[in-house]
Ligand binder design. Structure first.
Ligand code: ADP
Ligand code: MG
Length: 287
């Protein structure tokens, strides 16, 4: 049977905006040894602002327009941000042959031009040579009819409570705090350093995130638990694979909320330490 204190614990968590789907998850949380975070939408806001536009062979306006059109059907935080930066209504009649390749980007026919927008991997896959310089932010490369058309530099912001969230976890004796991201090494390393994370695994394809989590399992002790925190865009399988999957409920996708064991309603990463504290207190009362 479930000790009465667990009902109190789950109730207390829900008052703090933390939805716990079962007493077993509340119990397991107290044994957390390793926490693995997704980056975009989890530790960062998932709202990218356009920093620079570098067109090749067309105007800045044209590059932004073609990109926003190619992105118009995607649900990725990057595509929402580019549509917002374009700021004008999109004429769906001009768009056909839409494709989204997870961890790469998108492609579509805009009028009669084939437009691709995404990361270095999308360019390499299509044998398109692209700008390879070091920049501070996330690069969206664009190709029109398989010719490089330049790039748009975008940047996301770290959430206000993210650094505090990591230091609170360290005070709770969590052994390791790691980050997984599909973004580049340079962006990943910068965020990890700013937040005091122990390690970052970057440039991961969605499927590789699950493999990486499985590797990380070997770093925990027998009874220890691994928590994964994500927003569900391309990481629902990782949420499901962890001992305890925690999803961001506000920005997160329905798939994430479905796959998760615990949902943080207001998307604040500092709620994870709150949840662990509630778990530890609940276990003490139950004993
Ligand atoms: P993460 O949430 O860790 O950034 P994703 O797998 O969602 O991981 O995305 C990985 C990378 O793939 C992004 O950083 C971006 O470079 C590229 N990408 C994914 N979707 C899009 C998109 N719709 N438009 C442009 N780039 C994209
Ligand atoms: Mg993500």
């Amino acid at each position: 049977s479930i000790p009465l204190s667990f009902f109190g614990g789950i109730g207390g968590a829900s008052k703090s905006g933390i939805l716990v789907k079962g007493s077993n998850y509340l119990e397991a949380l107290a044994k957390t040894e390793i926490i693995v975070f997704d980056k975009t939408g989890t530790l960062t806001k998932g709202v990218f602002n356009v920093q620079e536009i570098h067109p090749e062979g067309l105007s800045k306006e044209e590059l932004l327009e073609l990109t926003a059109y190619a992105e118009s059907f995607s649900n990725h935080p990057i595509s929402h941000s580019l549509k917002r930066a374009f700021g004008k209504e999109i004429d769906n009649e001009r768009i056909s042959n839409i494709q989204e390749i997870a961890g790469h980007g998108v492609s579509a026919l805009i009028d009669d031009q084939e437009v691709m927008a995404g990361n270095f991997r999308l360019m390499e896959k299509n044998n398109i040579s692209y700008f390879k310089g070091e920049v501070a932010g996330t690069v969206v490369h664009v190709a029109v009819n398989r010719n490089y058309a330049g790039y748009i530099l975008i940047a996301d912001e770290i959430k206000a409570d993210a650094a505090q969230a990591i230091s609170q976890l360290k005070n709770l004796n969590i052994k390791h705090a790691f980050m997984l991201t599909g973004d580049t090494q340079s962006v990943g390393i910068k965020v990890a350093k700013d937040l005091g994370l122990d390690k970052v695994y970057a440039e991961l394809l969605p499927g590789e995130k699950v493999e990486k989590l499985e590797e990380i399992f070997s770093q925990k002790s027998e009874g220890g638990k691994i928590v994964y925190v994500g927003d569900g865009i391309n990481d629902a399988p990782v949420l499901a694979r962890a001992d305890i999957g925690i999803a961001m409920g506000g920005l997160g996708s329905d798939a994430a909320i479905e796959a998760a064991d615990i949902v943080i309603m207001n998307d604040e990463p500092s709620k994870i330490a709150t949840a662990i504290k509630i778990s530890k207190k609940t276990l003490k009362i139950a004993r």
